[in-house]
Design a protein around this ligand. Structure first.
Ligand SMILES: [Zn+2]
Length: 195
């Protein structure tokens, strides 16, 4: 699951602020999607920060999460303004994907402000200790999503750039855990990228 915003006195805040006040924000349409076929289920605006990525922050990481709960649990807490966290996407066991935060905005999902600013967060329905819940449909749909993200921002498809929440500096979260099949996932992302 996501965790709030850790303190971070960012460099370049002035330049980033300039994107906001200069009238040069990236155009956006309410309800527009970054991933074709996803369902838009807006997270509470308290759980993300408006930005103009990749103009104000470069995007070079994808962070893989597991909900520790169901798809609907994730959507429910993301809509809760008191939750202080949301990812950009939630993938259901059957491969259905909800987009909950636009990719140009900074979602509070990794517990590390600098990492949130540079990353897209993907939640997966299920539990770290129940690998049977990580279905073929989920891996395939998620890999297609990650392949699209990597293509949009020219992110290399490797374990340096596609990371576990547990690998984000400073986090105390353990997801997606030891049962997430990284070799399989990266292979599926590469296959999706090539198709
Ligand atoms: Zn997580």
């Amino acid at each position: 699951m996501g965790a709030g915003t850790a303190g971070y006195a960012g460099r370049g805040e002035v330049q980033r602020w300039w994107w906001r006040v200069s009238g040069r924000e990236r155009p956006r349409t309410n309800g527009a999607l970054d991933h074709a076929g996803a369902e838009w289920v807006a997270a509470s605006s308290a759980n993300w920060r408006r930005a103009s990525r990749p103009d104000d922050y470069g995007v070079d990481r994808v962070v893989v999460h597991v909900v520790q709960g169901s798809y609907s649990d994730a959507l429910r807490v993301f809509r809760d303004p008191l939750h202080e966290a949301a990812a950009h996407y939630v993938v259901r066991k059957d491969g259905h994907i909800a987009q909950t935060v636009r990719e140009l905005d900074v979602a509070f999902h990794s517990g590390n402000r600098a990492f949130n600013e540079r990353s897209i967060g993907i939640e997966h329905e299920g539990y770290v200790d129940r690998p049977a819940g990580f279905t073929d449909a989920m891996y395939t749909a998620s890999a297609r999503l990650t392949a699209g993200i990597c293509a949009r921002y020219k992110i290399p498809v490797d374990r340096t750039h596609i990371v576990a929440h547990s690998e984000v500096p400073g986090t105390d979260h353990t997801d997606p855990g030891p049962h997430w099949d990284w070799d399989r996932y990266l292979r599926l992302v590469r296959e999706a990228a090539a198709s």
